[in-house]
Design a protein around this ligand. Structure first.
Ligand SMILES: Nc1nc2c(ncn2[C@@H]2O[C@H](COP(=O)(O)OP(=O)(O)OP(=O)(O)O)[C@@H](O)[C@H]2O)c(=O)[nH]1
Ligand SMILES: [Mg+2]
Length: 561
């Protein structure tokens, strides 16, 4: 027996305490993680985390004074016998017909009232709940006060309902005592399907080799060693392992001691949940990975996006129209007055695109409210260039993220694609193209043109009057002379020539100024289009990257033991 006691002591290694507040903070971090990834990662990957948050919240709220310990194992290993032996009552039927126990039985040490809510949640029917409190016990049983012991059905059952019940309960209890017997302790089902799955719950796992009395005493250590080796392979190194005999009170001492310690520590529930958090965090780790959160879409991709947006929005067509409109309007303002009217008859290139025409020539208010331009729709090539640019932004932004995220980033980048055409059109319509004010120099040149034209008209009138007087035989006008040429002729020819000269000199200036106006409009339009790209493409991407960073931080907090 001393050998077994030694093993038990060795197995209770570490005795790390789990701080309730630290555990609550870790659970809170899992909750933050779930909020951050909501709608971004597949729900199926998040089921264990949601289950944990819900279960842990309920378990901690129900009772921290009780410790729920389950006896689990294959059929006939002696769970019910151990249960009855610990309770010192025949509570759960023990039989030769297999399987015997079909529903979970519970025995509560201490008053039942406090444990009832917990047992309701665990799902043990009231008629299968028992109380281990008797006046006869005196103080014998006080060491186990707070223990709720469960006798589970067999997990290797031919009855599917038994297995489902066991799987459900193993997710809820605070500690599990795995009961094996000398015949089936090496069975693959128990190791592969159950014990291995519990490797993160070593702190709340205990293994007993029951029916030790069926082995020759000399064989017990050998079987225990063999079982220990199997447990090591399962990842359960160091879990308490002891031999029991349900039929003999002396063969129950080790197990009873271990349970008393568990109850006294009041740690099993916290340790179990801490193990659950470890399991969930390990499962989520691949979803978030250790990649540093990206700062955002990079400049090269953003420039490419802006170019593609400008193309799709028809910026080149608009800026070309701006240049032509400038020439048109400047020509109308500074050209030779005789042909100005004719120029005005030609439509303004910007008005043709339903963009603001010359000052005072605004479209009617209803039209400007709709704010739809007639800028040509993007071509198929421009649309596909935009699609590629958006994908490039998403790809660059998600380049370092784990596999689960690039899809979410691409979806975000494309989430408002349908709204883009209207937004771009409204932006183009609402951009001040810089053609509203008429430059002062137009007025000066226009004024000069009027003056020289007036001079020509005066000269012409004067000459016509002179001819008329002569034709009627009336005394001729005494024309003043400029050198050898009469003044009216100077006025007429000089006015005409000066008008032509001013028009000729103005033309290159207008062309240069039109190019400048085009460049200015291009700058403004590109800046406004970039704002649309920021709002409709980059912001959704940044939101997902922000969620990634939050999820990563939350998971890191959740992993902190
Ligand atoms: N010799 C000996 N027999 C035992 C011991 N424990 C249980 N048994 C016997 O093994 C048989 C099965 O015991 P149960 O307690 O019903 O086993 P169980 O694990 O509850 O079985 P299920 O309810 O079917 O899952 C019974 O005949 C018990 O008397 C033990 O320590 N030594
Ligand atoms: Mg049983």
């Amino acid at each position: 027996m001393s050998n077994i006691a030694g093993r038990v002591r060795e197995a209770f290694r570490g005795d790390q305490r789990v701080d309730a507040d630290a555990l609550i903070a870790r659970l809170d971090a899992v909750r933050r993680f779930l909020i951050a990834v909501d709608g971004l990662l597949p729900d199926s990957d998040l089921v264990p985390a949601h289950t944990l948050v819900e279960r842990a919240g309920t378990r901690l709220a129900l009772s921290r004074d009780h410790t729920v310990v389950a006896l689990a194992g294959a059929t006939g290993s002696g769970k019910s016998s151990l249960f009855n032996a610990l309770a010192q009552l025949e509570l759960s039927p023990v039989g030769v017909r297999r399987p015997t126990t079909g529903v979970t039985h519970a025995c509560v040490w201490g008053p039942l009232e406090g444990a009832n809510h917990l047992l309701d949640w665990i799902g043990v029917l009231p008629r299968h709940r028992f109380v281990r409190e008797s006046a006869l016990d005196a103080d014998d049983e006080t060491a186990l006060h707070g223990l709720i012991l469960l006798d589970l059905p067999d997990f290797d059952s031919v009855q599917r309902s038994h297995r489902l019940e066991v799987d459900r309960l193993l997710g809820l209890v605070d500690q599990v005592v795995w009961v094996v017997d000398p015949q089936k302790y090496a069975d693959r089902v128990i190791h592969d399907s159950y014990l291995r799955e519990f490797h993160r719950h070593r702190d709340v796992t205990l293994v007993v080799l029951n029916q030790a009395d069926r082995l020759p005493p000399a064989e017990v250590p050998r079987v225990l060693d063999d079982l220990r080796r199997l447990l090591d392979t399962d990842g359960l190194t160091g879990v308490p392992l002891l031999a029991t005999t349900a039929l003999d009170p002396a063969g129950m001492v080790g197990l009873r001691d271990a349970l008393e310690r568990t109850v006294a520590e009041r740690q099993a529930a916290l340790r179990r949940l801490a193990g659950d958090v470890d399991t969930v965090v390990a499962g989520l780790d691949a979803l978030v990975g250790s990649a540093r959160p990206a700062g955002g879409p990079d400049d090269t991709a953003i420039n490419g996006l802006n170019r593609a947006l400008a193309g799709a929005a028809g910026v080149p067509a608009v800026t070309e129209a701006v240049e032509r409109a400038y020439r048109h309007r400047a020509g109308a303002a500074t050209g030779w007055p005789v042909v100005r009217g004719w120029r005005r008859l030609r439509p303004d290139p910007l008005r043709r695109l339903h963009l603001p025409g010359p000052a005072g020539d605004q479209a009617d208010p209803a039209e400007s409210l709709v704010a739809a331009t007639s800028v040509p729709d993007p071509t198929a090539a421009q649309r596909s260039a935009l699609g590629l640019a958006i994908r490039a932004v998403a790809d660059r932004a998600a380049a370092d993220l784990p596999a689960a995220w690039p899809g979410a980033v691409t979806s975000a980048a494309r989430s408002r694609l349908g709204d883009l055409p209207d937004a771009l059109d409204r932006t183009i319509a609402g951009t001040d193209l810089g053609l509203d004010r008429r430059p002062v120099w137009w007025r000066i040149v226009g004024g000069v043109q009027w003056l020289v034209t007036l001079a020509a008209v005066v000269g012409l009138g004067w000459l016509v009057l002179g001819y008329a007087l002569r034709a009627l035989g009336l005394p001729a006008l005494d024309n003043p002379m400029v050198g050898q040429v009469p003044l009216p002729t100077v006025l007429l020819l000089g006015g005409l020539l000066a008008g032509l000269l001013v028009a000729t000199l103005t033309r290159p200036v207008v062309r240069w100024a039109a190019r400048r106006a085009r460049a200015r409009a291009d700058q403004r339009l590109t800046a406004r289009v970039a704002q649309v790209g920021d709002e409709y493409v980059l912001t959704p991407v940044r939101i997902v990257l922000g969620s990634y960073a939050q999820a990563r931080d939350a998971l890191r907090d959740a992993a902190r033991r």
